[in-house]
Design a protein around this ligand. Structure first.
Ligand code: THU
Length: 162
């Protein structure tokens, strides 16, 4: 048996003012996306903004359904929208934020495992890293320069493609 360690680095920012201009804009767009969240059941709004290499910004928000499992997270709403409308687009960066009327969110909300798996496959498909920024409206911000930092052991079984 061998015990191995994995070192993952991420950037931490005290607030949006510390981010570069491009990232600030993306975070502001993610905040705008909160407005279209359909979340009558959880009352938890999630918004995401994705910057493509073309400079275009695509928004997404969580969409819930009375049959709960039929709903979809903001990240996958936006990613699958890109996959279906611009399948060859290259994603540079995505910002994710959340808001609820029930309590103050002071730590960045990080994506669920299902969304990380989908992000990982987009990154693998385009063979270019995707930056991910977890933006908190009133608190700290986390940023990674690749989805690999978030899901180092993602399912990448290439033999399925044979
Ligand atoms: N949600 C997202 O939009 N993204 C995530 O990564 C985790 C959770 C949504 C799903 C549901 O509408 C609400 O947040 C509460 O779980």
């Amino acid at each position: 048996m061998k015990l191995l360690n994995l070192n993952i680095s991420f950037e931490q920012y005290a607030g949006i003012g510390e981010l570069n201009e491009q990232d600030q804009l993306l975070c502001n767009k993610a905040e705008q996306a909160l407005a279209s969240s359909y979340s009558p059941y959880s009352k938890f709004r999630v918004g995401t903004a994705i910057r493509l290499a073309s400079g275009e910004i695509i928004l997404g928000s969580n969409q819930e359904n009375l049959a709960y499992p039929s709903g979809l997270c903001a990240e996958r709403v936006a990613l699958f929208s890109i996959g279906s409308n611009q399948p060859n687009a290259v994603i540079e960066s995505m910002a994710i934020t959340a808001q609820t009327d029930n309590f103050d969110i002071t730590k960045p909300i990080t994506s669920c495992g299902g969304c990380l798996q989908v992000m990982a496959e987009f990154e693998r498909k385009q063979a270019r890293p995707i930056e991910v920024i977890f933006y908190c409206l009133t608190g700290e911000i986390l940023k990674v320069t690749s989805v690999k930092s978030l899901l180092p052991f993602s399912f990448v079984e290439d033999r399925l493609e044979r």
